[in-house]
Write a protein that binds this ligand. Structure first.
Ligand SMILES: [Zn+2]
Length: 642
């Protein structure tokens, strides 16, 4: 018992730089392990939301439960058991001294002592909770953060600017620091409780603050190069709140579903200093927080150092008046409409099928629910498709596979479906071959068919399309492999003879189908690359919004036809079986079941976690090489270090 590792549990409340800590830890994964610290892969990409899900009270209405697609208590138990086995296995293999669990969701979703106790007992099956590190905020700009959070999440109910409710009364558990602290104190009796206060100033670094607590982390955790500042600018927060409220009241689902895009577009259009609330509206709210902070300080001396007497810094406090709002809304709406119409056109055009089924839309990487029957809201109504076409440029393209010259319209983007009139390769296939040529030969001027054979280049494909795989085979030492037919390769269990072998591995729309923890797939391709070798990855993913795991805890599935109807039997850990509701297939029913939709953040984290460097998402179109499609699911390349 005594050699159980200790657990450091990091819990950040909203807007305390949790993401920065998680990114830093996840990219330092290998270094941490050398120092005896394990960031468990079993708990999923950071944030370690699965741990929370294993302990939360089961409710079908719980956002978290829905996020992980848990249908009932049984599937929650199955998840818990799988997790428990996975983490035990991981600890057995890596033998860490310290396990770092970091998840800001804990404070949001585990709001009772019982739930926290449940989490503790789960953790203590494999480790000892030694320390709980809680990050809080100084409260001067707090409600702004809260509202910006709710705008981002598309929840407008309680933040109606025209009928303001006393926000102090609607403050949810996650902002009640006093309660959070007492709960943690009660549930983690015996463990050290460390309180930290996030500071809103450019010199402050949460990552440095956290790393400063542990000598082993010094020089190991680095601040992510891009500081993610997702606060909304003053110019846009209030108009967005009004637009969002209208959408909410009118039940405008389309707009609400596209909300993350609206936010992203707004942040680009209106960068600027973050929004602060008017003093009049927040006084009582802040007074509450002030007394809470004082309460915390009275019990935890370390906290008092961070209490700032200038609580009510109102220099930037300003609520735009109605007329100002409306004029901002008008110009904002026009810009957003144009941007969205464009994005939407890209999405719809990238679907070759005449009918825009819900499935295609979701794999197109947008959490949209369009189908041909649904009409767009008027504000997002596209002009006639013809006029969108006219706006695009016609560009002369050369096919990277067969060298065919053809004319491509930048207004008709296509990821899937035949694009090159000669070899029929798709936009995605063109992108894969383009990056292959760039990485393997250092030049993209010649197309694949124009090259001489070079057997010194070793490459591996995971279910590559024959449109280009046959040419790769002729020109290089290339093997295409499959999960369900020969030559077989399960990327999560790469055979010994492929280890450290390939100069390039191509994984084209495979990882959304991998059964089990997707990090294993990333580890798998990493292990098959020689040092310095490159991965070319395509996978459906959203740029903003949550990643979705459709069937957590799934260990196998069987697709079959029953009475003429295609059904999928899902098999979970412990042998629990159920039939999938609305399964999504790629490449036709029965072939490959979509198990997840990644988001950009999760992909980058898992790549980093597997050890990749030089990770690039190729967001720019290259029409001259046939690469033109919407903002989502762009090609990614990454390198294994030398
Ligand atoms: Zn071609």
């Amino acid at each position: 018992m005594t050699d159980l590792p200790r657990v450091i549990l990091h819990v950040g409340t909203e807007k305390t730089g949790s993401t920065a800590i998680q990114k830093a830890a996840s990219s330092a994964h290998a270094g941490l392990l050398k120092a005896g610290w394990l960031l468990p892969a079993s708990f999923g990409p950071t944030p370690h939301v699965r741990v929370t899900t294993a302990a939360v009270d089961f409710s079908e209405r719980s956002a978290l439960v829905r996020l992980l697609g848990l249908q009932n208590k049984k599937s929650q138990d199955a998840l818990r058991n799988t997790l428990s086995a996975d983490i035990a296995d991981e600890i057995q293999k890596k033998r860490p001294d310290t396990v770092l669990i970091t998840d800001e969701h804990i404070n949001v979703h585990l709001s009772s002592i019982q739930q926290l106790l449940r989490m503790r007992s789960f953790i203590e099956e494999f480790a000892q909770v030694d320390e709980v590190v809680l990050f809080f905020r100084r409260q001067d700009n707090f409600l702004a953060a809260l509202i910006s959070e709710s705008i981002k999440l598309g929840r407008f109910g309680i933040f109606d600017p025209e009928n303001p409710k006393p926000v102090g009364n609607t403050r949810p558990y996650r902002f009640s620091y006093q309660k959070i602290i007492s709960n943690f104190e009660a549930a983690f009796r015996g463990a050290r409780l460390v309180l930290k206060c996030y500071q809103e100033n450019p010199e402050y670094s949460t990552v440095r603050e956290f790393a400063g607590l542990y000598p082993e982390l010094k020089n190991r955790l680095r601040e992510p190069t891009q500081r993610q500042n997702s606060s909304l600018s003053a110019a846009v927060a209030m108009p967005l709140l009004i637009i969002g409220n209208q959408a909410f009241k009118n039940g405008n689902q389309e707009l609400l579903l596209r909300w993350p895009e609206v936010i992203a577009a707004s942040q680009q259009l209106f960068p600027g200093s973050p929004w602060r609330l008017p003093k009049t509206k927040v006084t009582s709210f802040l007074e509450d927080f002030k007394s809470e902070n004082e309460w915390i300080a009275s019990r935890h001396e370390q906290f008092s150092a961070w209490l700032n007497p200038t609580y009510f810094d109102s220099r930037e406090d300003r609520l735009p008046n109605r007329a100002e709002c409306e004029s901002v809304i008008d110009s904002l709406s026009a810009k957003i409409d144009a941007r969205l119409a464009n994005n939407l056109a890209s999405v719809l055009n990238s679907i070759p099928n005449e009918k825009f089924s819900e499935n295609r839309a979701s794999t197109a990487g947008n959490a949209l629910n369009y189908s041909s029957e649904k009409r767009l809201p008027d504000s997002l109504q596209l002009t006639e498709p013809g006029s969108v076409k006219e706006e695009g440029a016609s560009i002369r393209a050369k096919c990277p596979v067969c060298a065919q010259a053809y004319i491509i319209s930048t207004a008709l983007p296509a990821r899937e479906g035949p694009l090159c009139p000669r070899c029929q390769v798709s936009g995605r296939g063109s992108a894969i071959v383009y990056h292959f040529l760039r990485l393997a030969t250092g030049s993209t001027t010649r197309s694949l068919t124009e090259l001489r054979r070079d057997a010194s280049v070793k490459a591996l494909g995971l279910s590559d399309s024959p449109r280009y795989s046959e040419w790769l085979e002729r020109k290089f030492k290339y093997r295409n492999t499959y999960l369900h037919k020969r030559p077989r390769l399960d990327v999560t269990r790469p055979p010994r003879n492929w280890l450290n072998w390939a100069d390039v591995v191509i994984s084209a729309d495979v990882f959304e189908h991998v059964v089990g923890n997707s990090i294993e797939a990333f580890n798998g391709v990493f292990s098959m690359l020689r040092p310095g070798g490159s991965l070319i990855l395509t996978v459906p993913f959203v740029n903003v919004g949550e990643a979705i795991e459709h069937y957590p805890g799934l260990i196998d599935y069987r697709a079959r036809v029953k009475n003429g109807v295609e059904t999928v039997e899902l098999i979970f850990a412990g042998g629990i079986k159920r039939i999938a509701d609305n399964p999504v297939f790629h490449g036709g029913p029965g072939s490959t079941l979509e198990l997840r939709i990644f988001n950009r953040h999760r992909l980058l984290c898992e790549l980093e976690q597997a050890g990749f460097i030089d990770i690039q998402v190729h967001d720019d179109n290259l029409p001259e090489s046939g690469i033109v499609w919407g903002p989502a699911s762009r090609p990614i390349t990454a390198r294994k270090p030398q």
